[in-house]
Unconditional design. Structure first.
Length: 206
């Protein structure tokens, strides 16, 4: 079942989505037994930003009969503390590491991509483009031009495969995907969180 993903040999085709499984927490809870039968062929990290983020206030997750609504807010330690505190533990995992990063401007993403490429054993970098660009106010992943500009800015900074994680909350996600690939992305990750929606119980209308 092994697969070649952008030049990286994986034992099988299943990896976690960013932010959905925390191996550091699993190790604290279950010890090394958590890694005896590692469920994924690579580990994708939670999103890392330049500066630390507290994330959204509670409740962050609300369960429903058909699934759940979440509004996490990307809590993380920031790149400096993540490199010092989390990376040494993640580097011990028995599978390759894919690092997910998000910046609120091209310059922030350039910092993140450069440091991840130079200071970690990552085999690929995933760009979370579901954020507003503070320079333009546009959600990067919803606009083909914005997305291409970001990918073009970071592409020369690393030889690692670049994965662009798309947002479904765009008028034309396919156009964004094409723009990302033409700008230098090696792969597309589909998709980030769908927006929650409420329906009128009588009419069924959103």
């Amino acid at each position: 079942m092994s697969v070649d993903f952008c030049g990286v040999q994986l034992e099988h085709a299943f990896v976690n989505a960013s932010g959905t499984w925390d191996p550091i927490a699993a190790r604290k809870a279950f010890g090394l037994a958590a890694f005896d039968r590692f469920p994924f062929s690579a580990h994708v990290t939670k999103t890392i930003t330049v500066m630390p983020r507290q994330g959204n206030s509670a409740p962050r997750i609300w369960e429903l009969p058909a699934g759940m609504i979440n509004s996490i807010g990307l809590p993380n330690k920031g790149i400096d503390r993540w490199l010092d505190e989390d990376l040494p533990q993640l580097a011990e995992l028995p599978v390759p590491l894919i690092v997910n990063v998000m910046g609120f401007s091209s310059s922030e993403l350039e910092i993140l991509v450069g440091r991840v490429g130079a200071e970690t054993p990552a085999v690929a970098i995933e760009l979370n483009v579901s954020c507003p660009n503070v320079e333009t106010g546009t959600i990067v992943g919803s606009d083909p031009v914005e997305c291409a500009r970001v990918v073009e800015a970071v592409r020369p900074l690393t030889s690692l495969p670049l994965i662009v994680k798309l947002t479904p909350n765009a008028t034309d996600p396919a156009a964004v995907a094409v723009a990302a690939v033409e700008a230098g992305a090696d792969a597309i990750s589909m998709i980030n969180t769908l927006r929650g929606i409420a329906f009128d119980p009588v009419t069924g209308e959103p």
